[in-house]
Design a protein around this ligand. Structure first.
Ligand SMILES: C[S@@+](CC[C@H](N)C(=O)[O-])C[C@H]1O[C@@H](n2cnc3c(N)ncnc32)[C@H](O)[C@@H]1O
Length: 258
């Protein structure tokens, strides 16, 4: 499949199944849904004077959190369906529908960039990464969450997920999934969340983790090297944030962008 077709499939996927699982109560307690390294990042580097670009905001889990802290955010996503939900949650932010492969933002224009769980869903994670670095000002900070290569989820998505994705594209296979795997998945989520997870939320998790058309997996060494090539210095690293690992980079103060 060409990169353009893969991107189109990803857009359709997240329009139909935005990564949305927050209940009204979760929205009220949105801090609870921020990963620990992101909370540290926000506490240390973000305030009401920090211009933030959130790239791949999805339905606004982090957007809402930053909006509640009066942090000025420009939130971008390729999926209109996801943006609709995010805008409803954080109407004071600015929203733009665009791809992170070609951001409609000027070079060196944001003091902080946040991109959690996004670049691994694009047809070219390296290019998406370079775009994040491009829009940062010298001395600016990047928070990045990306799927870990050395983790069981890589095998689940790649090997177990392949036949499930094949089934999902067929009417009878889709029905089978809805009658068997999805209820099971929902049940597990319901138990783990002590009854809080909704069907809608569990289904969107399932579609994000198993059915999403593109997921790539990256090692720490690879992402650090990408950082070096973009004048980004790694200042914090967290290996365990569910299926992703989290990186905090600072862009070199001497970096020049033409
Ligand atoms: C797993 S969701 C993560 C959403 C949000 N960052 C969060 O953590 O809740 C992945 C998001 O990436 C977006 N996405 C995928 N490819 C993209 C691209 N090329 N440019 C911008 N956003 C993209 C999807 O539309 C989806 O909303």
């Amino acid at each position: 499949m060409s990169k353009a077709d893969l991107q189109k499939e990803t857009v359709l996927h997240y329009d139909d199944f935005p990564f949305d699982f927050l209940t009204a109560e979760d929205e009220r307690n949105i801090e609870q849904w921020q990963p620990a390294p992101f909370m540290r990042f926000a506490n240390q580097y973000l305030d009401a004077d920090t211009q933030v670009a959130e790239i791949g905001c999805g339905p606004g889990r982090a957007t809402l959190f930053m909006a509640k802290r009066d942090i000025p955010v420009v939130a971008i996503d390729v999926s209109a369906g996801s943006l609709l939900l995010a805008r409803r949650r954080a109407p004071q932010c600015q929203f733009v529908r665009a791809s992170n492969l070609d951001l409609p933002l000027r070079d060196a224009s944001f003091a902080a960039v946040v991109s959690d769980g996004v670049i691994h869903h694009t047809p070219d994670a390296w290019r998406s990464f370079c775009e994040l670095a491009r829009v940062l000002i010298p001395g600016g900070m990047l928070y990045l969450g990306v799927y870990r290569r050395r983790r069981y989820y890589y095998y689940v998505y790649t090997w177990l997920g392949r036949p499930i994705r094949w089934l999902e594209r067929r009417g009878w296979g889709n029905l089978l999934i809805h009658l068997t795997l999805l209820p099971l998945y929902y049940l597990v989520h319901k138990v783990k969340s002590r009854g809080k997870r909704t069907w809608h939320g569990a289904k969107n998790f399932f579609y994000d983790y198993i059915i999403t058309p593109q997921a790539t997996f990256h090692t720490r060494e690879e992402i650090e090297l990408w950082g070096q090539r973009n004048a980004l210095e790694l200042v914090e690293y967290d290996e365990h944030v569910g299926n992703v690992h989290a990186f905090v980079f600072r862009k070199s103060a001497e970096a020049e962008w033409k």
